[in-house]
Design a protein around this ligand. Structure first.
Ligand code: GCU
Length: 668
C-alpha cells in the first residue's frame, strides 16, 4: 500500500487493460520443475507476483495446446527446456546465474542451481512491473561478485548504531520461537536485488551473541533466510574467549584461545550448517584486537579463519583502523597498517575496506588500499545508512556515490583499473529498521535497492537504477518516473554542495555527525576534531596531502595520483582533500576559492529548492500519504541546506575576514 512496507515489490495490478491482457495471455501458466527450498521460494514468488500483477493466478501447466506460459527449472528439468537448449547454447550459469528467453511464445527461465531461479524470477517480475516487452527476451545474468552482503549495525538490545529508521528489526528477545513476518519480507526484498548475505549484528560487537541461547536465535533467523539464498554472518568480538569463554587472554597465538575459536566455530556450524562467517572490527575505536597482545591483524584474523575453514566459513576483517597520533593523518592509516600484511592472511580472509580513506563522507577520493593488496581478496564497504549525508531526513540518491566509486579508475593507462575490478564483493551498512516503510525516509529505499543492484551488476549506471526504482515504487506514469529520476539525480550533487563542497570533509558536528561543526576543535584527539580536517586560518584552508604535507597522495598508484598533484588541475571536487590553499587561489573557472566555496553552498541550497519544486509537481500523481511524507522531509532538507550554508560561510568568513561573496544569500 501507500505506507511503503512493500518496498519495490508492490506488484500492483497492471492498470492498462491491453497490457494486462497481453501479459495474461503470454504468461498463463507456470510450469515449474524445482526440488529444494530455494526453488520453491522462487516458484512461490513468481506465482504470487503474477497473481497480483495480472489479477489471475497462473495455471500449473498449459490449459490448451496453444497456451503460452513460463517454464522454469534447471537445465535437464523439463522437456521444453531441454528442447530449447538443443538449439541454443547457454553458457555455464554458475551457482547463482540464470538465463531468460522467449521461445516459441513461451518464457523460459533456466539455471544451473536453484538459487539462480530465484534471481531470475525477481528479474522477470521486475520486467513485467516495468512494462518490458517479453517477446524478445534473451538474457543471461550472473552476479559480478560472490559476496553481496548487508551489514546491520544492530545491537542485541534493539538499538541500531547510526540507524535512523527506528529500532532493530531483529527481536532477539522473542527469537527463536517467534518468527516475525518481517524477517521473511526482509529476505524477499534482499533476494529480489541480489543480496546473498547478512551480518545481523553490529561491528561494535557483543560476545553474548556466541552464547548457546543466542546462537539458537541466530539459527532461527538463518532458517528464514536460507530459502532466499541468504547466508547469515555474525560479528565476532575479539575478546570473546575472555568475556564468554572465561579465559585469561584473547591472545590469538595462545593455544587455549585457538581451541576456543575452533570449538565455537564447530558449535555454530552444528546449528547453522551454511553459516557465512565472522565480520571483525579489531583495534579500532576502542574495539579489542590482536594488537593488544603485540600480534598483527593477520595473526588475529588467521586464528579465526582457521577455526572457520573446515566448515567453509570466511573471516571478513575490517580495514577501518586509525589511532591517536598527534599530527598524523588518518587518511594514511589503513594503508600503512595493512599493506605490509598483504599475502599474510589465510585464503578465507577477506579485507573489508570503506570506499574512502576517512569515513563515509559525502564525497571522498577512493581508499588507496584498493590498489595495494593484490594478494588479498577485498570487499568494498559502502554506507547505505546516511550517517554523514543527512541521516533520516535528507533525500540523497546514494547510487550516484556508489557508481562514482565503483567506476573510479586507479590505472588510467590500462584497461580494467576501475575499483569494481579490484574487489570480490560488496558490503553495505544497512539503513533499515522498524519504521513501517523500513527506511524511515521513503527515498532511503532507493539506496537499499541501489546497493543490491550494484552488488550484482556494478556497471549499472545510477540513472538506470533510479529509473527502475521509480517505476517499481510509484508505478508506470511517465511523468512520475521522469520526475523522480531527475530528483534523485540532482540530490547527490546538491548534498555535497550544501555540506562539503570543494573537498571539505569531516566537518560535521561531533558525535552525532548531523549538521555543521567545522569550528569544533576541543576534543582530545586531533583526528576527531572537525577543525583538524581543514585547519582554516586567515590566509588559507585545506589539508596538504602532497609530499610537502602528510604524503598520503603517494599511497595511490602514481598514474592515478597525478591528477591531484597540481592544485590548478586537481578536480575541484577534491581540491581541499589534497591541498592547502590561499582563499584567493584562482579556480579554473576564474573564481577565487572563497567565491567558489560560497557559490557552491548557495548552489546546494538552490538545488534543494529545485528538488522541492519537482516533487511538488507530482502532488496529484502520487498518493497523498507518500507525497506528504516526502514533502515534509524535503522541507527539513531545504531548511538544513540553508543551515549548512549559513553556518559554514559565517564561520569561514569570520576566520578569513572575507565578506560573503556576491551571489550568495548572506546569513541572517
Ligand atoms: C563510523 C561510525 C561508527 C562506526 C564506525 C565503523 O566511525 O561513526 O559509529 O562504528 O564508523 O565503521 O566501525
Amino acid at each position: 500500500g501507500a505506507d511503503g512496507y512493500q518496498l519495490w515489490l508492490r506488484h500492483r495490478l497492471i492498470e492498462d487493460p491491453t497490457a494486462r491482457q497481453q501479459y495474461q495471455r503470454a504468461l498463463s501458466f507456470v510450469d515449474a520443475a524445482v526440488q529444494g527450498p530455494t526453488g520453491n521460494s522462487a516458484v512461490r514468488e513468481l506465482r504470487s507476483g503474477l497473481t497480483n500483477l495480472l489479477g489471475t493466478a497462473p495455471a500449473t501447466s498449459p490449459a490448451k495446446k496453444r497456451s503460452q506460459g513460463i517454464y522454469l527449472g534447471l537445465r535437464q528439468s523439463s522437456s521444453r527446456i531441454r528442447q530449447y537448449l538443443q538449439s541454443n547454447a547457454v553458457e555455464d550459469l554458475g551457482p547463482e546465474g540464470y538465463h531468460l528467453a522467449s521461445y516459441q511464445g513461451d518464457v523460459l527461465l533456466i539455471a544451473d542451481q536453484e538459487q539462480g531461479l530465484l534471481y531470475g524470477v525477481f528479474d522477470l517480475l521486475r520486467a513485467i512491473q516495468t512494462g518490458e516487452d517479453l517477446t524478445n527476451l534473451q538474457r543471461t545474468e550472473r552476479p559480478a561478485y560472490q559476496y553481496r552482503i548487508l551489514n546491520h549495525w544492530d545491537n542485541l538490545d534493539g538499538t541500531v548504531e547510526r540507524g535512523y529508521a527506528g529500532f532493530s528489526i531483529w527481536n532477539w528477545h522473542q527469537l527463536p520461537e517467534f518468527i516475525d513476518q518481517r524477517y521473511v519480507d526482509y529476505a524477499r526484498a534482499c533476494a529480489s536485488v541480489g543480496i546473498n548475505g547478512t551480518v545481523v549484528t553490529n561491528v561494535n560487537a557483543n560476545s553474548l551473541v556466541f552464547r548457546a541461547d543466542y546462537l539458537e536465535k541466530a539459527a532461527a533467523l538463518a532458517d528464514v533466510f536460507r530459502p532466499y539464498g541468504i547466508k547469515l554472518y555474525l560479528t565476532a568480538r575479539f575478546s570473546s574467549p575472555v568475556e564468554l569463554g572465561g579465559l585469561p587472554t584473547a591472545d590469538p597465538l595462545d593455544p587455549q584461545v585457538i581451541a576456543w575459536w575452533k570449538s565455537k566455530a564447530a558449535e555454530i556450524y552444528a546449528r547453522i550448517p551454511d553459516f557465512g562467517g565472522f565480520v571483525v572490527k579489531a583495534n579500532s575505536e576502542g574495539q579489542p584486537g590482536p594488537r593488544e597482545y603485540g600480534r598483527s591483524h593477520a595473526e588475529g584474523a588467521n586464528v579465526l579463519a582457521d577455526a572457520l575453514a573446515p566448515h567453509g566459513g570466511i573471516v571478513v576483517w575490517r580495514a577501518f583502523v586509525y589511532t591517536d597520533k598527534a599530527g598524523g593523518d588518518r587518511f594514511r592509516e589503513a594503508y600503512d597498517e595493512f599493506t605490509p600484511l598483504d599475502g599474510a592472511f589465510r585464503k578465507n580472509v577477506l579485507l573489508q575496506i570503506k570506499n574512502g580513506p576517512i569515513d563515509f563522507q559525502p564525497r571522498e577520493p577512493v581508499s588507496p588500499l584498493f590498489a595495494a593488496m593484490p594478494q588479498t581478496p577485498l570487499l568494498l564497504e559502502f554506507q547505505i545508512t546516511k550517517e554523514y549525508l543527512g541521516q533520516g531526513t535528507h533525500l540523497v540518491g546514494m547510487a550516484s556515490l556508489y557508481t562514482e566509486v565503483l567506476g573510479t579508475d586507479l590505472a588510467p593507462n590500462q584497461a580494467g583499473g576501475e575499483i569494481r575490478e579490484y574487489i570480490t564483493g560488496m558490503a553495505g551498512v544497512s539503513n533499515i529498521g522498524t519504521a513501517r516503510n523500513w527506511t524511515g525516509n521513503l527515498f532511503g529505499q532507493a539506496d537499499w535497492y541501489a546497493f543490491g543492484r550494484l552488488s550484482w551488476g556494478p556497471e549499472l549506471p545510477a540513472n538506470t537504477i533510479f529509473r527502475e526504482w521509480a517505476k517499481l515504487t510509484f508505478g508506470p506514469d511517465p511523468t512520475v518516473v521522469t520526475t523522480v529520476t531527475e530528483l534523485l539525480e540532482k540530490s547527490y550533487p546538491a548534498c555535497v554542495n550544501y555540506m562539503t563542497p570543494l573537498g571539505l570533509h569531516h566537518i560535521m558536528a561531533t558525535g552525532h555527525h548531523y549538521g555543521p561543526g567545522p569550528w569544533i576543535d576541543d576534543l582530545e584527539r586531533d583526528d576527531w576534531n572537525p577543525y583538524y580536517y581543514h585547519g582554516a586560518t586567515r590566509d588559507s584552508v585545506g589539508f596538504d596531502r602532497k609530499a610537502s604535507g602528510s604524503k598520503a597522495l603517494a599511497q595511490y598508484p602514481a598514474e592515478f595520483a597525478r591528477q591531484f598533484l597540481d592544485p590548478t588541475t586537481c578536480p575541484p571536487e577534491f581540491l581541499l582533500w589534497f591541498h592547502r590553499l590561499p582563499w584567493t587561489f584562482a579556480l579554473p573557472n576564474g573564481n577565487s576559492l572563497w567565491q567558489e566555496l560560497g557559490l557552491s553552498y548557495q548552489r546546494g541550497v538552490d538545488q534543494v529548492a529545485e528538488m522541492q519544486t519537482l516533487w511538488a509537481s507530482l502532488e496529484n500523481r502520487v498518493d497523498r500519504e507518500r507525497h506528504l511524507h516526502v514533502s515534509q522531509h524535503l522541507a527539513i532538507q531545504a531548511k538544513e541546506a540553508r543551515w549548512w550554508r549559513d553556518a559554514c560561510l559565517a564561520y569561514f568568513s569570520a576566520v578569513s575576514g572575507l565578506p560573503i561573496p556576491a551571489g550568495v544569500t548572506p546569513p541572517k
